[in-house]
Ligand binder design. Sequence first.
Ligand code: MN
Length: 189
Amino acid sequence: MPRKRGSGQLEEYRRKRDFSRTAEPAGDDASAGQGSALEFVVQKHAARNLHFDLRLELDGVMKSWAVPKGPSLDPGIKRLAMEVEDHPIEYNAFEGTIPEGEYGGGTVMIWDRGSWFADEAGPDEDDQKVMRREHGAGKISVTLQGERLHGSFALVRTDRGPKPKWLLIKHRDGAADRTSDIVAEYDTS
Ligand code: MN
């Protein structure tokens, strides 16, 4: 199924950035996101406050959450995830240093990358259609197939408002792990 570009959703992303100063992508590559898999990325971002950015491809952009403490594999741990502006799909390949004084100034490194599936999608149902519905309803159930992150995660919205707050929680499955701290275990790209 061809996937439409959602460039209209990148206005906030572009408004916040000066592309003559930052090496971040402007999001005008029409060939991005044309692969068969739906992409996800987690970037470790050493901005003023170190955080992890979780991004899930949906409708031609990357839905994005800033997760201060990063993901956990322990189903007993809820990690705050603040929804931020949609990012271009090309951002999945971005690593580098955003100059000080620019929006998000600091170093961005790709911490994990792979594909996602909507857990509630039926056999003939489009994953993005399910994700769109769940994103609107504030309750997402998604399986990640990355190098480091595997298995099913929940994203649950707890606060709407201009900067919606969500919780990122590992579901109980074979990839759950109460004993390791995956963010401490992998501190490189
Ligand atoms: Mn960030």
